[in-house]
Design a protein around this ligand. Sequence first.
Ligand SMILES: [Zn+2]
Length: 184
Amino acid sequence: MEDLEQLQDRFHSMKPNEDYHDEAGARRACLLALQALREGSYGVGAVIVDADNTILAEGYNRVFSNGFHTARHAEMEALDELERNCPYISDRSSLKLLVTLEPCPMCFSRSLMSGIGEVRFLCADPDGGMANRCGHLPPTWRNLAQLQQQRVAHCSEPLKCLARDLAQANLPQLRQQLMLHIRG
Ligand SMILES: [Zn+2]
């Protein structure tokens, strides 16, 4: 596994590919994921953009930043910021949550409650992701999920690979840290 510096170098050596609609937001999300790793948390970053791809809110995983915070996933941080800064947006169907890793059940459920129109992820998470498992939601949630689109982000392949590697970075150490916090 590459260390943080190598992942950082990889990011900075990539040229933005403007052929892809989500490229700019995806790059920002990867940069945020790097910051999460720098702070000793999971390498996941998220942005929320409007129909013009303007970033309205952003966040990164801060579960182990200065303590232990179970809810501070990247998507939760971005949604908190959106609700704080943009309470005036009443129609959220044109908003898009762009995240480096497929959202977990907690974050995906909140994205449904928030009314965000679309969730896009750079990298699927077969072990922990919920966006690809909409069919397993309780009926009420399944109905909500029909109001939202879920798909893989429209960005360049190297960026998707980087997002996957960011999500996998330091996993054994992070698992150890989690067990220390929940089982002592
Ligand atoms: Zn989550």
